[in-house]
Design a protein around this ligand. Structure first.
Ligand SMILES: Nc1ncnc2c1ncn2[C@@H]1O[C@H](COP(=O)(O)OP(=O)(O)O)[C@@H](O)[C@H]1O
Ligand SMILES: CC(C)(COP(=O)(O)O)[C@@H](O)C(=O)NCCC(=O)O
Ligand SMILES: [K+]
Length: 259
């Protein structure tokens, strides 16, 4: 049984893959202080609660936070007796190597999204992922990650507004009733919601113009469905794209003998 770990700057997601489907998915906040023992107690309690008695034999990790990888490696070694594949490390093979400026460390989540999206849909894609940051990944005709865009994340923008302005409260992102807000919260929600719809649309249009050949747009991350209520932004929304990408990279490494 394969354990896929996707560690973002805000949340860490564990998913158990039986070779055909994901049996369970658990989410916790990302904290670099969390120890291997803490991860294991959390994970095994949830597995027991779901009555899943399975042995983890393999593990693959994607982490945008380098500091957490050490304890996740200890978790794999101590509790699952396995050495994890860590996306972005030299011994982890990618189906297609990225084509970016020399010395650039592409976020592993973006490499994983690229592999997952190419496996399902072929090339010429834009993957829009609403995480801590909102990332746009351009997947070329042959499945290579060839660059993209990094914009501030939705919650980050709302938090920055709240922190910087004394009279602005903390608000959650939601689709407002109207564009013209008639109270402070509605004004902020309108700014973030419609601002983001415009940002996604504008960036995708400009990527398409620069790329100069038809592209499909895939939305992923918890907030993708919300923004597609404002405008037709995506050809497809796929919530499990990152986890799927992890299984694709794992299989590629298995087939090519690197594990
Ligand atoms: N369905 C959702 N509705 C509202 N907020 C969400 C939803 N899913 C994720 N978020 C928020 O979006 C932000 C990014 O979440 P996540 O995708 O887990 O980021 P990362 O991968 O960078 O850790 C977080 O602040 C999280 O609380
Ligand atoms: C852009 C990111 C911060 C997004 O991370 P996330 O929102 O998933 O936590 C991450 O992919 C990253 O640290 N990238 C490194 C720089 C790059 O991809 O070019
Ligand atoms: K992410």
């Amino acid at each position: 049984m394969l354990l896929c770990i996707d560690c973002g700057n805000t949340n860490t997601v564990f998913s158990v893959w039986d070779g055909e489907r994901f049996l369970a998915t658990f989410r916790t906040s990302t904290e670099h202080q969390r120890t291997a023992d803490q991860y294991f107690v959390w994970f095994s309690t949830l597995m027991e609660n779901r009555k899943l008695e399975v042995a983890i034999t393999d593990c693959i990790i994607s982490s945008t936070v380098p500091r957490v990888v050490f304890n996740l490696r200890v978790l794999c070694d101590r509790y699952f007796d396995t050495r994890p594949i860590v996306v972005g490390k030299p011994d982890c093979l990618l189906p297609v190597n990225p084509r970016v400026d020399e010395g650039t460390q592409v976020g592993p989540d973006r490499l994983v999204n690229t592999a997952g999206a190419y496996d399902r849909h072929g090339g010429d894609l834009i993957v829009v992922d609403f995480g801590t940051a909102t990332t746009f990944d351009v997947v070329a005709h042959d499945g290579a990650y060839v660059g993209g865009v990094i914009a501030p994340g939705v919650n980050l923008s709302l938090e920055a507004l709240h922190r910087a302005a004394a009279a602005l409260p903390h608000v959650d992102v939601t689709k407002p009733q109207a564009v013209i807000g008639t109270n402070t919260v509605a004004c902020m929600q309108s700014g973030v919601f419609w601002g983001y719809v415009g940002l996604v649309r504008g960036i995708c249009d400009r990527i398409k113009a620069e790329y100069d050949c038809p592209m499909r747009i895939i939305g992923t991350g918890g907030l993708a469905p919300l923004f597609s209520q404002g405008d037709v932004l995506f050809d497809l929304i796929e919530d499990d794209l990152t986890m799927h990408g992890l299984t694709v990279i794992y299989s590629h490494n298995k087939e090519n003998g690197s594990i």
